[in-house]
Design a protein around this ligand. Structure first.
Ligand code: CTP
Length: 406
């Protein structure tokens, strides 16, 4: 389930293009997110993928013609467009864009786009075409015109194309389109804000092949980054070593050690208005990292490691003039194995931040679910167990509410 898409009624329109194969996955993801999906296909789309496949995935029979006796009034273009929360055309071919520009009404999909109530049913387009077709002035002119007419044009991907050429014009991946659609339905609570987030573990080198790290997966921080971007913020994500895809529209900077992370964060914090420290920063690092791999010497002796304390990134940022003047709102995280409220409250004071988010760790590391305890000067509030994605959205709303109150 997905908070933004659950219960939404999406008309998924397919026009002709090889990218129709991605629409099958998109349909599946939309259904999984809790949306009702009504598929409408042009005749050309049915050359690339069968209505049977789309029917099976959406769980609803597919419309391919305006002459459809299933509708009592024989007006599928009216009925389908009135029921929708959004019409999403994916793939949207060059020809279909040209049809929209002309306001054509000679087949069902164009007809229902023309008949849609523009004030309440948004039209989103995920273009897909060969790079020359994409770059052609006629296509670019038409895209500008459909945007002026009120459609939202999602981007295209760059890469290998079915025709064997390489360039712009690939349809976005299904998961990327889902993310765009989700952002589209998210209240724009953080418009104008620049959110800086740390996520994942740090890695403290012992020698070139060994090091000390922890089990943080980065999932919570990445979910917050996605939610903040969906809420309209500009987002910079400083990530330790994790295996997670970069959320769409988020600027990601990869780092390894706590010292690397601090250097990048200090630089980025000059522009940020919100800092959220979710990273599980290693508290200590080996005092020196050996230049070459440490070898066993055959005596059975083990190397003695000496540690020094790492800088506290959150506390350092919270002490800056920008943060103290209220121009950078700092949020800390705390993973505790017991006495969550007590430890989180003490940590909030110690770090000097207005909001501290506690969670019970390390059981939640790497999981898709979590439960959060928000502690601020007013008291505390629980966000009960939910997916990290859903909690990311809730936390964004909580931060936005606190910022609006100052
Ligand atoms: N943090 C940080 N830099 C560090 C250590 C922690 O920025 N060197 C941040 C974390 O990102 C988190 C918060 O501080 O937002 C609390 O982290 P945690 O590890 O729970 O706290 P510690 O200060 O390390 O306290 P302790 O290990 O004693 O619980």
């Amino acid at each position: 389930m997905n908070e933004q898409l659950a219960g939404k009624h999406i008309v998924l329109g397919l026009s002709g293009g090889v990218a129709c194969y991605k629409s099958a996955e998109l349909c599946r993801l939309l259904v999984k997110a809790g949306a009702t999906v009504q598929v409408v296909m042009t005749e050309a789309a049915a050359q690339f993928i069968t209505p049977v496949t789309m029917q099976a995935l959406s769980g609803r029979s597919v419309y391919t013609s305006q002459w459809d006796t299933r509708e009592a009034n024989n007006m599928p273009h009216i009925n389908l467009s009135r029921e929708a929360d959004a019409i999403l055309i994916a793939p949207c071919s060059a020809d279909f864009i040209a049809r929209l520009v002309q306001g054509r009404a000679d087949e069902l999909l164009s007809l229902l786009c023309l008949a849609r109530p523009r004030d309440r049913v948004p039209l989103l387009l995920a273009p897909a075409m060969n790079r020359e077709m994409w770059g052609h002035p006629a296509t670019q002119r038409n895209l500008a015109q459909v945007a002026r007419d009120g459609a939202t044009v999602l981007g295209v991907g760059f890469g290998d194309q079915a025709c064997g050429e390489t360039g712009d014009g690939r349809m976005l991946e299904a998961a990327e389109i889902l993310e765009e659609l989700e952002a589209f339905f998210t209240p724009q609570l953080l418009t104008g804000q620049h959110v800086l987030i740390t996520a994942g573990p740090t890695f403290e080198a012992i020698d070139p092949v060994r090091g000390i790290t922890n089990l943080s997966s980065g999932k919570m921080g990445f979910a917050i980054a996605r939610a903040a971007r969906a809420a309209g913020a500009q987002v910079t994500l400083v990530a330790g070593p994790v295996h997670l895809p970069t959320p769409r529209g988020v600027r990601r900077i990869d780092v390894r050690s706590a010292q690397n992370m601090l250097a990048i964060v200090e630089e980025q914090a000059r522009e940020a208005t919100i800092f959220i420290a979710t990273a599980a920063v290693a508290d200590w690092r080996p005092a020196t990292a050996a230049l070459h791999k440490i070898k066993k010497d055959g005596t059975g002796d083990v190397p003695a490691l000496e540690f020094v304390e790492n800088p506290d990134i959150l506390a350092t940022v919270a002490r800056t003039e920008r943060a103290r003047a209220g121009r950078l709102y700092c949020v800390g995280f705390a993973a505790e194995s017991e006495n969550l409220l007590e430890h989180a409250s003490a940590k909030r004071e110690r770090k000097g931040v207005p909001l501290l988010v506690g969670n019970i760790g390390p059981a939640t590391f790497g999981q898709d679910d979590n439960a959060l305890l928000l502690v601020d000067a007013q008291g505390h509030r629980e966000l009960p167990r939910a997916s990290k994605e859903a909690l990311g959205h809730q936390l964004v709303a909580e931060i936005a509410r606190r910022l609006a109150a100052v």
